[in-house]
Design a protein around this ligand. Structure first.
Ligand SMILES: *[C@@H]1O[C@H](CO)[C@@H](O)[C@H](O)[C@H]1NC(C)=O
Ligand SMILES: *[C@@H]1O[C@H](CO)[C@@H](O)[C@H](O)[C@H]1NC(C)=O
Ligand SMILES: [Zn+2]
Length: 386
């Protein structure tokens, strides 16, 4: 029996519709968690092993104040390589001899600013649609550290790339967004951030301060990573880091908890000066966590640990005493809590694990709840053969 041409055409249409639907499903993946539902859910209790346990609260925060200094396009070697040694002496000193932890944080493509900010704060990997939305960033609805921090009453101040203000329109008690529209400007765009520092560092009325410097990225776009402009820009960033660190240390004397200064990049910079793709130069960013809570470990600089950029979300959550975002795929940077009592370390790992396994349960239908089946018994007589 021959198919009529009408049936054939109808079949083609159905297949085409299915194909388009499949493509759209992949291109615009459904958000794992839309909105902030079940935000108030209580944390998983500590599992009891032998002795009874009633630890049902989140562990207390590790840091009083947190400053995030994000330098756009801060490739790993700008800090840990020869340029860092030459142009960032204070940072190099902290990395080599100070109380700090250094990492090479791997960003996933697309290595573009907005999806990377989201990855840093949600711990998840946004779809490719974010590249399209990058020019028109809407409010971030997915569970994230900033929303959690605000809900917990933390006062957050932001200065820098206005992308943040679009993502978090109601979250900052104070902000000043700089525009990245004029890529030829690498001076004013940073001065507009730095001009607030002297005042804000003296104030006591904030808990989290976020700075996003765009100048280095703009220099990359103008003249690439070997440009003579890179050195002076790194020096400028180094002295800003020194100013912040010195101020945090001097305030710490009266405080109960130490503070945390996180230096990071959103993505790297290709040899041509751009970014967006997945070359080593574009995905490897520097991440340095500085706090008197960490032990001094000399000689650390030559071996920064490789981690995922998404690991910062869980780490910041733990640092601020907040629940880990629901769609987080990262793991707590364990070295941050190494100085804590063992029971607390276990508790924090447990919370991260519970969150990750919930995410798996909700997204992988075949993922089974409950204990794994016992491994198969060795056949009798196996020992004799071995
Ligand atoms: C249970 O909670 C009480 C009050 O917070 C505390 O004193 C006690 O040590 C806790 N017990 C255990 C086993 O954690
Ligand atoms: C810097 O601030 C000035 C005054 O507030 C503003 O007019 C200018 O557009 C800002 N520059 C950038 C690059 O955001
Ligand atoms: Zn960027």
């Amino acid at each position: 029996m021959r198919l009529g041409s009408g049936t054939f055409a109808a079949g083609c249409v159905v297949i085409e519709v299915l194909g388009v639907a499949l493509f759209l499903r992949g291109f615009f993946p459904a958000p794992v968690f839309s909105g902030t539902e079940r935000q108030a859910e209580s944390p998983a209790p500590e599992p009891s092993a032998g002795a009874s346990s009633n630890w049902t609260e989140l562990p207390p925060p590790l840091f009083s104040k947190v400053v995030i200094m994000l330098i756009d396009a801060l490739r790993d070697d700008f800090v840990f390589g020869s340029k860092g040694v030459k142009f960032m002496p204070y940072t190099t000193y902290l990395v080599e001899k100070g109380s700090s932890l250094s990492f090479v944080a791997e960003a996933k493509p697309p290595t573009v600013t907005m999806p990377r900010i989201k990855a840093l704060l949600t711990g998840s990997l946004p779809g490719f649609i974010d590249v399209v939305r990058n020019l028109n960033s809407p409010t971030l609805l997915e569970d994230n550290v900033i929303t959690r921090a605000k809900a917990a009453g933390k006062r957050i101040i932001f200065y820098g790339d206005e992308t943040w203000v679009k993502l978090f329109p109601k979250h900052f008690v104070e902000y000043d967004g700089t525009t990245s529209f004029f890529v030829s400007d690498y001076t004013e765009v940073d001065n507009n951030v730095t001009r607030h520092l002297d005042k804000v560092l003296k104030r006591q009325d904030w808990d989290v301060l976020i700075l996003h410097y765009l100048g280095l990225d703009h220099i990359g776009h103008i003249s690439g990573p070997s440009s003579p402009l890179i050195g002076p820009k790194l020096s400028e960033m180094d002295s800003i880091l020194m100013k912040i660190h010195t101020s945090l240390l001097s305030e710490e004397r009266g405080a109960l908890l130490p503070s945390l200064l996180a230096l990071c990049g959103d993505h790297g910079m290709s040899e041509a000066g751009g970014h967006g793709a997945s070359s080593m130069e574009e995905v490897n960013t520097a991440l340095v966590l500085i706090s008197s809570a960490f032990e001094r470990k000399p000689g650390d600089v030559r071996h920064p640990t490789h981690v995922q950029q998404t690991d910062l979300a869980a780490t910041l959550s733990v640092g601020l005493g907040l629940p880990i975002p629901k769609s987080n795929t990262g793991s707590l940077l364990f070295r941050v809590v190494e100085g804590r009592p063992v029971r607390e370390q276990l508790r924090l790992l447990h919370l991260n694990t519970v969150q990750l396994s919930k995410l798996l349960q909700e997204n992988v239908p075949s993922y089974k709840k409950g204990p794994r089946p016992a491994p198969a018994r060795r056949p009798a007589g196996a020992e004799q053969q071995g």
